[in-house]
Design a protein around this ligand. Structure first.
Ligand code: PLP
Length: 436
């Protein structure tokens, strides 16, 4: 299908270009020839300013697990809006949200809030450094953890820059990242247990923490191998380093998060996205002993942490409502939607003779246009044909379905089987030019 006419978006973009660099604030939502502006969301659909309605199979980059206009979230947020959006005082809502999260996450006894996942990761890194008194942070090659310098290192590595597999380079993402920052980042290959272990051991007693996401989107959305995660836990303990589990996305993998699903016991957990019910949020959690670095009650804390809008009651109240809606039954529904999509897209690939595969678990998927085995950032980079997947995402947009440019998708409880079937039918049409 050719792109529908979007004169209102075009006009808005002309205005945006005057006052914002490239007319844009989030690089991830930038598109050519101009951005498409949202007008409103209902359930799992977005209507743009030209009145085109599309199924939202991305949910603001995985953050809207209940879609748009969920009644309970709406009521909780409206009540809070009337009572006051933020105060220079704490509110009971931050205690309640913490109680829910501590109850669900086996490794978390205490939490603190931020305004984004990026800030949560930043504070977890600072906390690990303060707790251990060590400088180095290890992270998996290519994995995305937000835009804090050490955490984003290597996320855009290419064959020209990434080095040998047993000595991956600390490739900066933002130009201007100081060498001093890069010197304290140890890059390990995802899912390569012996090589990652050797690199970690070589860091010895200068390693403060390993930061890991069990299913990193940019490394293909391929789940971590159990032995890889077991090695990270064992080796960090042996070296006296901490394990930071980034659950900003993967918390949506189950009632007890990814740590419940993968049976892993991190020292710190970082959260964000769905725990704010559609409002800006991040959180750092862990055992009381490691979280004590933030404790101001006994004198100046090792890591002072504030934030004008941290733990604001809008995000807390909406988050409480979102999590209360996220029952075991809701997770069963999300799993079933994921399974239905897998079956539908598998049939599409077969019908068109397309070498494709779908990675992911639960309500998360990433579509790849390759049948090569994917296990980490390098194999995904080599096999994926990013330009082809991005072309597929554009074609789907014109067919009325929104997915990320790299093929990432997130299903929501606002979807029913019929919505998944509609998504699959759009894939069926959009995949035609990719048929061999
Ligand atoms: N960690 C992971 C795994 C993420 O996917 C993201 C964002 O997509 C972040 C951290 C950063 O979260 P935020 O965008 O809220 O800063």
């Amino acid at each position: 299908m050719s792109a529908p006419a979007t004169p209102n978006s075009e006009n808005l973009y002309a205005r945006a270009r005057e006052v914002m660099p490239g007319g844009n604030t989030r690089t991830t939502v930038y598109r050519k020839p101009h951005q498409i502006y949202a007008w409103r969301g209902d359930g799992c659909r977005i209507t743009d300013v030209d009145c085109h309605v599309r199924i939202d199979a991305l949910g603001n980059f995985t953050s809207l697990i209940h879609g748009y206009g969920n009644r309970q979230i709406l009521e909780a947020a409206t009540r809070q809006l009337e009572a006051g959006t933020c105060f220079g005082m704490p509110t009971e809502s931050e205690i309640r949200l913490s109680e829910i999260l501590c109850d669900r996450l086996p490794s978390v006894e205490q939490l603190r809030y931020t305004n984004s996942g990026t800030e949560a990761v930043m504070n977890a890194i600072k906390a690990a450094r303060a707790y251990t008194g060590r400088p180095k942070i290890a992270k998996c090659e290519g994995a995305y953890h937000g835009t804090y310098d050490p955490a984003e290192t290597s996320q855009d590595a290419t064959p020209a820059t990434w080095g040998d597999i047993d000595r991956p380079g600390s490739v900066p993402t933002a130009k201007g990242t100081p060498q001093g920052v890069l010197d304290d980042v140890v890059v390990i290959p995802f899912n390569n247990t012996p090589v990652a272990e050797a690199i970690l051991r070589a860091s010895g007693n200068s390693l403060a923490a390993v930061l890991v996401d069990v299913m990193p989107n940019r490394a293909g959305l391929v789940p971590a191998k159990p032995e890889y995660l077991a090695m990270l836990r064992r080796v960090t303990r042996e070296l006296g380093a901490l394990l930071i589990l980034d659950e900003v996305i993967t918390f949506r993998l189950g009632y007890n998060g990814a740590q419940g699903r993968f049976d892993i016991d991190p020292d710190f957990t970082t959260l964000g996205k769905i725990i704010g019910g559609g409002f800006a949020i991040g959180a750092i959690g862990g055992r009381a002993e490691v979280m004590s670095v933030f404790d101001p009650s006994k004198g100046p804390p090792a890591v002072p942490h504030g934030g004008t809008f941290s733990a604001n009651p809008m995000s807390m109240s909406a988050g409480i409502a979102a999590l209360e809606e996220l029952t075991p039954a809701a997770f069963e529904k999300l799993e079933a939607l994921g399974d239905r999509f897998d079956q539908g897209i598998g049939a599409c690939f077969a019908r068109h003779g397309i070498k494709g595969q779908v990675a992911g678990l639960g309500s998360l998927r990433r579509v790849h246009l390759t049948d090569a085995p994917l296990s980490d950032y390098r194999s995904t980079f080599a096999a994926d044909g990013a330009a082809r997947v991005s072309a597929l995402a554009k074609a789907l947009f014109d067919e009325g379905v929104i997915i990320a440019g790299n093929g990432l998708m997130a299903f929501s409880t606002a979807m029913e089987d019929a919505d998944i079937d509609e998504i699959v039918r759009a894939f069926d049409r959009a995949l035609l030019p990719f048929a061999s």
